[in-house]
Write a protein that binds this ligand. Structure first.
Ligand SMILES: Nc1nc2c(ncn2[C@@H]2O[C@H](COP(=O)(O)OP(=O)(O)OP(=O)(O)O)[C@@H](O)[C@H]2O)c(=O)[nH]1
Ligand SMILES: [Mg+2]
Length: 176
């Protein structure tokens, strides 16, 4: 079975590692403590660990094998996203919807790192993540984030069924 590569991208703390870990039968991560002078104050305040290269997970779904690459979100690893984007066939873009500031951070990340490559991916999906803790309506999230040329699906990265739904919308086997 030939594997298809999927880039899981999104701003710092959007839930990329959680998404890849929740889905994967085999999972590898490169998370490190977010300490030291190379992390910004804002980043350290948000969470204690971060991905330093990429998370890698493998899942078999509906007769296909997918290799998921979770990108790092911290600004000092910005250079890795371009390399990962050029190697991956499909894209899952996670938008952190926990509050308005998180959506705006996700928008900045998208515009800076993915917009230039967006149409290069064969299949794309925008997953509005952290819906279990968000008070924002989907309409409000899209108003803040802007419209993108991809199906949009709500998600909770800690919930496996929710993550599977995202992948099926990505692959076109389920309607958004
Ligand atoms: N409530 C809730 N928490 C979530 C969800 N997805 C992720 N989280 C939490 O959000 C925090 C950040 O998640 P990570 O998976 O580490 O985010 P990341 O995008 O890999 O972060 P970086 O690699 O540092 O950019 C963790 O505490 C997760 O448990 C979700 O859908 N709902
Ligand atoms: Mg991570």
């Amino acid at each position: 079975m030939q594997a298809e590569s999927v880039l899981v991208a999104g701003a710092f703390g959007a839930g990329k590692t959680t998404f890849v870990r929740t889905l994967s039968a085999k999972f590898l991560t490169a998370e490190r403590e977010l300490s030291g002078e190379r992390a910004s104050f804002g980043e350290r305040r948000l969470k204690p660990v971060t991905t330093v290269f990429a998370d890698i997970g493998v899942i078999e779904l509906d007769g296909r094998r997918l290799v998921l690459y979770g990108a790092p979100g911290q600004s000092r690893f910005d250079f890795t996203i371009r390399g990962l984007a050029s190697r991956c066939r499909h894209l899952v873009l996670l938008v952190d919807t926990s509050d308005e500031a998180a959506v705006l951070r996700s928008k900045l990340y998208f515009e800076r790192h993915l917009k230039p490559f967006f149409n290069r991916f064969e299949r794309r999906v925008v997953a509005l993540n952290k819906r279990d803790i968000s008070k924002l309506s989907v309409e409000r999230v899209l108003e803040l984030f802007g419209r993108v040329d991809a199906p949009v699906v709500e998600a909770v990265a800690t919930d496996r069924d929710s993550c599977l739904r995202v992948l099926r919308v990505l692959l076109g086997t389920l309607k958004a």
